[in-house]
Design a protein. Structure first.
Length: 173
């Protein structure tokens, strides 16, 4: 079956956050000491059709920009399900999202300090739009993926402009 790849986690900064207002960076503790393989789900196991069924396995590779995942379907998954997901990914409709147990996550002012990875998901609504799932990673981003990135940058600029406006108003009083 076809493999799928992309950034599971894209590193950001205080001025480069995801749609939730958070960011990971190279100092984030992902608890990946020796375990680099993750189970892959669809919509974090919350899809009404696929449910909590594991759809694949992915191998994590740390890179300068974030954590890259190369994933393939598990043998017990019906080919029609995987092929449908690959068709969606080919159209730029899926991204990657990571999962961590909430009681072990640590945040500091938007920076995710600790995020012990336990799984990966393909999702239509990634918190980080740059985490596009690619059926062929060498292929340029689709028009939809480019639109998502433009929208994301526009969203970040609007947030930053609002923050600056609020700071100016706070200093005026």
């Amino acid at each position: 079956m076809t493999a799928i790849s992309g950034f599971l986690i894209y590193f950001g900064s205080t001025s480069d956050r995801d749609l939730e207002g958070d960011y990971f960076n190279a100092q984030t503790d992902f608890d990946l000491t020796s375990r680099r393989e993750l189970s892959l789900y669809f919509e974090h196991g919350m899809d009404s059709v696929i449910g909590r069924r594991r759809i694949g396995r992915g191998l994590i590779t740390p890179q300068r920009e974030g954590l890259w995942i190369d994933a393939q379907a598990v043998p017990e998954l019906p080919a029609r399900i995987w092929n449908s997901l690959m068709a969606m990914a080919h159209e730029g409709e899926l991204g990657f999202s990571s999962g961590a147990p909430a009681h072990l996550v640590e945040r500091e002012e938007g920076w995710i300090k600790r995020w012990p990875l336990i799984d990966a998901s393909l999702t239509a609504t990634p918190a980080e739009p740059r985490c596009i799932a690619n059926v062929n990673p060498a292929k340029a981003l689709s028009a939809r993926a480019e639109r998502l990135q433009r929208d994301y940058v526009h969203h970040l600029r609007a947030i930053n402009e609002t923050r600056l406006w609020l700071l100016e108003k706070a200093h005026a009083y």
